[in-house]
Ligand binder design. Sequence first.
Ligand code: DGY
Length: 319
Amino acid sequence: MKVFINKRIPETGIKMLEEAGLEIILPEKENLSYEEWLHYCKNTDVVLNIGSEFKYDKNFFEACPNVKAIALYSVGFDHVDIKEASRRHIPVGNTPDVLSRATSDVAFLLMQSVARRASYNFRKVKDGNWGSFDPLHALGQELYGKTLGIFGLGRIGFEMAEKSKKAFGMNIIYHNRHHNEEAEQELGAAYVSFEELIKNSDVLSVHAAFTPEHTELFNYPLFEQMKPDAIFINTARGGFHNQKDLYQALVDVTNPEPMSPDDPILELSSVCILPHIGSATVEARNGMARLAAGNIIAFSKNEKMPHCANSEVYSNHSS
Ligand code: DGY
């Protein structure tokens, strides 16, 4: 069985696939064009996908009828037309949990970074503008006892809430599709309406899975309803926010990605932007490699993928 991997992943995953006797195809060069990528996909059984620049849409599925399974090197699957994959009985594996700690660490890092204007102050030092002690300049805010609002309280949101509670005694409010009883019991998190979340959060952190209905949900009219010093954190997907409407913001994901170095938002003293590095730790990336390889190996043995974004494909098969 042929497995096309569009970029190198940590060796641990490659080794697992090799030991399982699978044929690995890696591209001859980096940064494939869409056509080059499609050409590789047409000639493979399974795609192990890294990144989200190419979409698994109807066009892909029509062009690549030989692809029987997709293993994503990500927990998010917003770049895959899941319905179409399911309709074609193609399982789509993903990598949950192993990156929750790393991603929530970045949200926590960003929260502190913007609260204390770390990026702005670092730039001042770098630009030779350290200046003399100024009691009134570039003052940040303390997070102790403030309210953290979580939009989408799954594993990553839980980890962010837990850290913030332990470190700063923050009150946790959240809005989610379902109640998160573990967070309510362990962290005293309170379920609130979306409107309450927006109005009452001192820090609003986005951790939901992105779907098209969420496109630019966080925009100017909504930022206007937030507290004047509120901090907005987005480590989920850039599509959640309108980039132009961001004001007091800090994000790990931008809209679009990669963003232009000339974007005026980079001049704001209240902003900290990182290039989508939520899962970028050795531990998380190794874990992702193992889960992605494990999904493929299970598929090659005719077993269910242990982490599958469309597990309905299995019930469809047996019916
Ligand atoms: C994910 O897993 O969805 C991340 O965004 C990739 O780092």
